[in-house]
Design a protein around this ligand. Structure first.
Ligand code: DON
Length: 576
């Protein structure tokens, strides 16, 4: 909808300069002036919206939604993981909350190397050595303490009641749980408390529509609702986590839990073609890389190329390649290493990088990053979830949180119903070894006790002239930043509506492996051939991300919930 910014909506039609009319796209999403929630679970979105209807603000609704997703979307929604939240208040001020997990006190830089000196990926794929100290409960409490209007208990208790009463399984959750629990190699199978929590009572396989009741999780949520986050970090839940860890060779202790702190941080900000972009600073690499890419693309006037043309795809890929190289070089926990965020997000740095891009030829990642590549050849799991909230006053929340892989470490802590993350795999596990496959070994993200592992999560907001334009973010491991770049470009450079921007095929290049990924059927054969001729190793397959977004109509100010159709359970709340 290129003409949208020039056009005024009148009923089902648009009036544009020149006097002609065009059909409004039939599907802008769910529109609301009174606030809405878009998440990966219809039940969680509606529960969050009910908090808005009771007089809660966007942060109250976000906290309620996060706890509800821990019930209805257990592959990624969580109490035992971590993430990031951006909050923008109606006066235009923005802040961020970092509730990323940290390495336990007894963690060491080489704890995931096998006897052969190579990364033993099984250790971070599942089990008691995989989790970092969880941050979600402290993160929600910090955001709520600063901004919440309703009582803490009133925003946490609805999720507890949902877990206690149970809810009907979606087809994908039934499938996911059956896969976790299958007798041959089901990842939860090794962990009796996980089977007790998520197995079908009486045995057998789950079917869509079956009601699942999560009794222990309900009790944990009630304790958190009643006694606050200390129930998790110093109270009975902490005791259970520490006991279970000690009994099974895990590292997390009561001291680790008691010492965990969520942090408020200044967001990273950039500008792009007159828009302002607000996103997550380190220890996420998301916001820094996002702004770096947008700056490069502004310097080469990307808006002058047609959306999804081979020329545009080539230039966007080259920007991705360069920002991901800087990510590998410099990004880590800012409390442990110096991260040159201002330089990386500056216009001069982008102009320098833009000069190295050949419009007629793909660059070589190996050549560009040869100073840090130490080895040849030697993949990243998939599950995280993003949700977006806007309330009636225009306060907005963009939240991405995760257990890392689907169902995290697959470990439920006995007696709590709480699944723990496997986020430790986001550290650079083999210090000093950066290879062509994409393993990174730079110092900035090497394990140290109490350190946060580098993330890609990119909860983001875009504003124009002080007004909110977009709230977005996505799961997808290292593809996250690029999913957000794709959507932001679609809305800003190419003036698409939120619905169009989220639906449009996505692309990904992460420096190494040196490969351009495009979603299945994302471009024509002719475009594919052109990209190959430019020297790109292109694969067109699968889908990328799940960006539960809110787009604000630039003229009417109506917020449209845009659930990402790539997920069969994602939904915008019903309008209040
Ligand atoms: O923080 C990160 O970048 C990853 N742990 C996120 C994992 C993820 O997105 C998996 N999801 N699909």
């Amino acid at each position: 909808m290129r003409i949208l910014s020039l056009a005024i909506a009148v009923g089902g039609l648009l009036w544009a300069p020149g006097g002609y009319t065009v059909q409004v796209p039939t599907d802008l999403g769910v529109g609301s002036k009174t606030g809405l929630v878009v998440s990966n679970s219809d039940i969680a979105s509606d529960l969050g919206a009910a908090v808005l209807a009771r007089g809660g603000n966007a942060v109250d609704a976000a906290v309620a939604t996060a706890f509800a997703l821990a019930v209805t979307y257990p592959s990624a929604g969580n109490l035992g993981g971590g993430g990031f939240m951006i909050v923008r208040t109606p006066d235009g001020k923005a802040t961020s909350f970092d509730y990323r997990e940290v390495a336990p006190g007894r963690a060491t830089p080489t704890m995931y190397l096998g006897q052969d000196g190579n990364i033993d990926r099984s250790l971070t794929a599942a089990g008691y050595l995989a989790p970092g100290v969880p941050g979600t409960v402290r993160g929600m409490a910090l955001a709520h303490q600063k901004f919440g209007k309703l009582a803490w208990k009133d925003v946490v208790m609805p999720a507890a009641e949902l877990a206690e009463k149970g809810f009907p399984l979606s087809a994908s959750l039934a499938r996911g749980l059956n896969n976790e629990l299958r007798s041959e190699g089901g990842p939860m199978r090794r962990f009796p408390a996980s089977v007790a929590a998520y197995g079908k009572p009486g045995g057998g396989v789950w079917a869509a529509g079956d009601r699942i009741v999560l009794t222990d999780l309900a009790a944990s949520l009630k304790a958190i609702a009643t006694d606050g986050p200390d129930a998790f970090y110093t109270g009975p839940i902490a005791d259970r986590i520490a006991e279970d860890m000690a009994a099974n060779g895990g590292l997390i202790t009561k001291t680790d839990l008691a010492g965990y702190r969520a942090k408020e941080r200044a967001p990273v900000k950039g500008t792009f073609l007159g828009y302002e972009v607000i996103s997550m600073p380190p220890p996420s690499s998301g916001g820094t890389a996002l702004i770096e890419m947008l700056n490069i693309l502004e310097a080469i006037e990307i808006q002058k190329k047609a959306q999804a043309s081979p020329e545009a795809l080539h230039l966007v890929t080259e920007a991705m390649r360069r920002a991901y190289l800087d990510r590998a070089r410099f990004l880590g926990d800012p409390d442990f290493v110096e991260v040159p965020v201002s330089r990386l997000t500056s216009k001069p740095h982008a102009r320098d990088l833009a000069k190295t891009i050949d419009p007629a030829r793909a660059s070589s990642s190996a050549e560009l990053g040869k100073d840090i590549i130490t080895a040849g050849q030697a993949p990243e799991p998939d599950d995280t979830t993003h949700f977006s909230v806007v309330d009636k006053n225009g306060m907005a929340v963009s939240n991405t949180y995760t257990l890392e892989g689907g169902y995290g470490s697959h470990v439920v802590i006995k007696g709590t119903g709480i699944l723990l993350n496997n986020e430790m795999g986001d550290f650079n596990r083999k210090p000093g070894t950066t290879n062509l496959t994409g393993d990174i070994g730079t110092a900035a993200n090497v394990i140290a006790p109490g350190k946060r592992m580098l993330s890609n999560m990119t909860p983001t907001m875009v504003t124009r002239d002080g007004k909110l334009a977009l709230v977005t973010g996505s799961p997808g491991g290292r593809t996250i930043i690029n999913t957000v770049v794709n959507i932001v470009l679609n809305v800003t450079a190419w003036k698409m509506t939120g619905r169009e921007a989220v639906d449009a095929p996505r692309t990904h290049h992460q420096w190494l492996p040196d490969r351009l990924q495009i979603e299945a059927n994302g471009v024509s054969e002719a475009t594919l051939a052109k990209l190959k001729a430019l020297g790109h190793d292109v694969r067109m397959q699968g889908t990328q991300g799940s960006a539960q977004s809110i787009w604000i109509h630039p003229i009417t100010g109506t917020a449209f919930g845009v659930a990402d159709m790539r997920s069969d359970t994602a939904k915008a709340s019903k309008p209040n």
